[in-house]
Design a protein around this ligand. Structure first.
Ligand code: DAH
Length: 330
């Protein structure tokens, strides 16, 4: 009978432990059978034998529980070892990720303006008609609304067609002076070789008290910025129209593909359009309750900048998620 206790102390696994328990306390187990034999004994003999068996059973249970605890702890330790992460392991064949060219371009532009103390502002992708259009001097009947094919929801909500509504939100929440940029996704119902239904813009706005700000300031700021982005290029301003600026201009840079000599990309003009800009329209200041201020703004398409910077010929390749494109930007 001492055998059961010896087996217990030699036991090495949870399965083995279970077997030993059955051998001792199961229906046909040693201790159970010995207890059942008590009925054949009598008097002192029965009492003595019962006491021996009870002691054995207690001792068995005590050692069994200790062993169970020990083996369970070993089991957990071994499982943990199996799953352990080897931090020194390096797989030569593993693939690493890369930032998307649109994000690389966006970060570069943001970085430029943040260094000059511009704040980074955000607005919702689902905008209301007032912020996206009306407050930007685009009343309901204004023909310029057709310039932007809009995704509408019910209840005067829409997917913002431009980052310009962030100008409105920022002016409503802050007082001049304001120097802000607002990067983000915008949406238009448009899909062809040069348009995708979602793309990214960066908006810039500067507002100062009084009439401190002029178009000459805007021109200087943009020329410096575009030279930082594209290097040694020519910058050209063309009169244009945006409802929220007056005067308005479109900005061209000399073609980065042909250096301005004329090619298919610039349609042999030597210049490529890169952004819209202008002096903030007085009606916009009126809508946000600003008096006696002046300011300028611009809006640019990040995909276009990315294509020009990295000489990517087809806009759609930026949205296909093809790893062969991304791998070139590691
Ligand atoms: N929001 C205009 C667009 O999406 C771009 C733009 C033009 C923004 C002129 C401006 C601006 O802030 O001054 O076409």
């Amino acid at each position: 009978m001492e055998d059961i206790l010896i087996n217990l102390s030699n036991c090495r696994s949870l399965d083995e432990l279970e077997d030993i328990k059955i051998q001792a306390l199961g229906k046909k187990g040693y201790i159970t059978v010995e207890f059942s034999k008590l009925k054949d004994l009598s008097g002192e003999e029965k009492k003595d034998r019962a006491s021996v068996l009870n002691n054995l059973k207690d001792k068995f249970n005590e050692e069994y529980n200790a062993k169970l605890k020990e083996l369970k702890e070993d089991f957990i330790k071994n499982e943990a070892k199996k799953d352990a992460f080897n931090f020194t392991y390096f797989d030569q064949n593993s693939k690493s990720g890369a930032f998307h060219p649109v994000m690389i371009t966006m970060d570069r532009i943001i970085d430029y303006f943040i260094r000059q103390n511009f704040s980074l502002e955000e607005g919702p992708l689902i905008e209301d008609d007032w912020h996206n259009f009306e407050a930007l001097n685009l009343p309901k009947s204004h023909p310029a609304r057709d310039m932007q094919d809009t995704f509408y929801f019910a209840d005067k909500l829409l997917l913002r067609t431009q980052t310009s509504p962030v100008q409105i939100r920022t002016m409503k929440n802050q007082k001049p002076p304001i120097r802000m940029i607002a990067p983000g996704a915008v949406f238009r119902r448009d899909f062809d070789v040069t348009h995708t239904p979602m793309f990214h813009q960066i908006e810039m706005l500067v507002v100062e008290d009084g009439d401190k700000i002029s178009f000459a300031n805007l021109k200087y700021v943009l020329e410096e910025f575009l030279k930082y982005m594209f290097g040694d290029i020519k910058v050209r301003f063309r009169p244009s129209f945006f409802p929220f600026t007056e005067p308005s201009a479109e900005v061209d840079i000399s073609c980065v593909f042909c250096g301005g000599c004329g090619c298919n990309v610039c349609k042999h003009t030597g210049f490529i359009e890169v952004m819209g800009c202008g002096m903030v329209h007085p009606n916009v200041f009126k809508d946000v309750g600003y008096k006696n201020v002046s300011g300028y703004a611009f809006g640019l398409g990040v995909e276009r900048f990315a294509m020009l910077l990295h000489k990517i010929p087809d806009l759609r390749s930026l949205f296909e998620g093809d790893l062969r494109l991304l791998e070139q930007f590691k």
